[in-house]
Design a protein around this ligand. Structure first.
Ligand code: AMP
Ligand code: ZN
Length: 306
């Protein structure tokens, strides 16, 4: 894939500089402490994305954990079992706890005594919204939501743009097929405006989710062939290899059927989500404009309020 803008070669900070200046190691790949300077930009991105919020969108902020049942029912386990993290705990059984702690203190492990709880780590921000919307009954006008959460995906890596723990903000639309498809396409059409506001070079490309296994690869091909997922790619680690910082997803009737969510004409609702990878966008900003926010273009600082 080629990226048209000629000054693409200019990345002001290397991944190592970004890592050293804005993150602090927590001795786990893809899990970092973040500095105040970095968080100011994350906050700025939050404000900026807020200015883009679709009119009438309802805001929800979700915790970093969701019920295991929600994720199982949503089909995530079937599609992405390799990325999912489950919360395990020793629980309140005194014998289990005492044995596990004693084993640890004797130089062994405690974690194998832990049992899976009813919680998993949220793999994306939008999953909880579908059952919430489904409870509201048949949909006449498109429902719009602005959701966010800390997300976890089990993909340990040393790359600064592939985190195990990262923040995601999403605009979600639920309604009739035509409106939902228009919603997704209109957001894709706004990608140049968003990248422009942030002073980032970008391209848009068809994409597929990282489905598990051979069967999953077929689902991925189906996704590409049916133009269900697009990504906004921005150079982060090198000018040549761009990173997906936003995605524009159409789920067709998947969540409508899963949650019994219908439009007023009795048909399964369609859904779409536009996801902002907040940490990837923040890292992209530092890589592109430099580790000192004071040196960033005025227009970009203005948009972010930093
Ligand atoms: P997806 O649901 O895979 O389309 O993810 C939505 C957005 O979250 C992506 O476009 C990325 O910007 C971001 N994202 C996904 N995985 C990661 C990761 N491992 N580290 C950081 N950001 C991620
Ligand atoms: Zn989503």
């Amino acid at each position: 894939m080629t990226i048209a803008t000629p000054d693409i070669a200019r990345l002001a900070a290397s991944p190592d500089e970004v890592l050293a200046r804005l993150f602090t190691s927590m001795n786990v790949d893809g899990v970092y402490g973040r500095t105040g300077a970095y968080e100011d930009v994350v906050d700025g991105l939050g404000r900026y994305i807020g200015t883009l919020r679709p009119k009438g969108a309802e805001v929800f902020r979700f915790p970093p954990v969701v019920s295991r049942a929600l994720i199982e029912k949503s089909g995530y386990l079937k599609s992405f079992p390799h990325l999912l993290g489950c919360v395990c705990a020793l629980g309140a059984d005194p014998k289990r706890v005492t044995d596990a702690v004693a084993r640890y203190e004797a130089g062994g492990t405690w974690a194998d005594s832990a049992e899976p709880s009813e919680l998993v780590l949220a793999p994306a921000a939008c999953y909880p919204i579908y059952p919430i919307a489904a409870k509201r009954g048949a949909i006449s006008d498109t429902l719009l939501f602005d959701v966010a959460s800390d997300c976890f995906r089990r993909e340990p890596s040393k790359d600064i743009d592939r985190l195990q723990s990262f923040r995601m903000r999403e605009f979600v639309a639920i309604g009739a097929p035509v409106e939902i498809s228009v919603f997704r396409d209109q957001w894709m059409a706004r990608a140049p405006e968003i990248a422009g506001d942030l002073g980032l070079n970008h391209s848009i490309d068809a994409a597929s989710d990282p489905f598990f296994g051979r069967e999953g690869q077929m689902v991925g091909r189906f996704q590409v062939a049916n133009a269900l997922k697009f990504e906004m790619l921005i150079p982060v680690r090198s000018p040549e290899s761009a990173t997906a910082c936003m995605s524009f997803n159409c789920h067709k009737d998947h969540f409508g059927l899963t949650w019994g969510m219908n439009t007023v004409d009795g048909e399964p609702a369609h859904t779409a989500c536009v996801a902002f990878g907040v940490d990837r966008l923040a890292v992209a900003l530092f890589a592109r404009h430099g580790v000192e926010v004071g040196g960033w273009p005025k227009a970009v600082r203005g948009k972010l309020g930093v």
